[in-house]
Ligand binder design. Sequence first.
Ligand code: BES
Ligand code: ZN
Length: 455
Amino acid sequence: MKAALDYATQNADAFVDQLKDLLRIPSISTDSAYNADTRRAADWLADDFRKIGIPNVDVMETGGHPIVYAEIGSDPDKPTVLVYGHYDVQPPDPLELWDSPPFEPVEKDGIIYARGSCDDKGQAFMHVKAAEAYLETTGELPVNLKFMIEGEEESGSVNLVPFIEKHKELLKADVVLISDTSLFAPGVPSITYGLRGLAYVEVTLTGPARDLHSGVYGGGIENPVNALCKMIADLHDENHHVTVEGFYDAVRALSNEEREGFRALPFDEAAWLEEAGAPATKTEDGFSTLEGITARPTLDVNGIWGGYIGKGAKTVLPSQANAKISCRLVPDQTPGDITEKLRRHFEKHVPDTMTLDFKDLHGGHGAIVDTKAPAMKAAAEAMEAVFGQPPYFTREGGSIPVVADFKRLLGLDSVLMGFGLDSDAIHSPNEHFGIDRFHQGIEASIRFLDAYSRQ
Ligand code: BES
Ligand code: ZN
């Protein structure tokens, strides 16, 4: 392992340069205008796997963007680790808020600015470079290693479950390793044991068949934008509880022990709030902010539109109003059930002056992983060696639906060893990733593979 660690140190700058090449490819999976670029990112990764001497590399077709698969070793005496990551990124919009173009990586004060630098190209690539460090020095890895880097995570991974079902044998492993989450705080290591799920829907209310003059018709025809705003406002009560019937039915209660664990975490709420740039926090009654953002379900409007939003004033009574709405879920809520409950809620409350169109966009299950698993110990050992202090075990509010899918379909636990920070602006303008954390991630990956092989 020492040789691999030295190799990583000696090649630190080269690794960053390579990452920048990957970051230059605008692999925006949700926008079909970028289909060719998205495939180019998959091919780029496959080429990098081949360059580091992995013979078994495949860009595997799905119904959508391909999955990059690579495999090193099949020694029956070694455990097998499956690394999962994603090479697709979120759209960079709004472009005008970026200080530098999103797909022209810029390095400033030890930080790389680019879309995907943290989520997840930078973090997935750490494991590729950890494998390289072993292959270029000892020539072999302490474990059998499989990589599965997908291209549709940011658009709902719609082809992923069929892919896993079809390739159960290929994906056989002892544990999954994922770096697509965050450190608890700068310099404070953590391992994530809980993630939230997601249920994402779009609703459209249609009133009159066309936009109308608001003077001629206003007062006689109900306005869909007014009606939708009222329906949305009623989705929370005064205690910030979600009012959708049955929304909390399946929510697994937090144990006292877990709540104590939350209180013991060094959560700097003031710093967190300042970073978010909001004047004050708002959490469901009865729960702390940290619980609210990681362990409680939520409902948020992601976008709302309708009527005239151009310059100046236009007196119009719009024909339609639309909203994208998503819920973050906790175990044991399921996206299918929550989506049906939302559908029933909207059907029940839509005024009879208009019609409702309700679309299920996508969803994913939340997850709680076993903190006592052997791989968790290996990850904790690796993180402690890198950061000089043992990691905290934390829950996070974002979603990586494949974690629950790996468990359900392959019986696999995941180790979530992330190096992002909440302040990295993932999904936002000026996304960035600290180069120190990129290198810490490579080191942790090298150390994890070694520690896990000894378990
Ligand atoms: N890397 C994130 C998930 C994440 C972010 C986990 C921060 C923990 C902390 C991932 O790429 C992501 O954004 N996932 C989507 C999933 C969705 C599209 C199904 C999300 O959470 O919105
Ligand atoms: Zn991600």
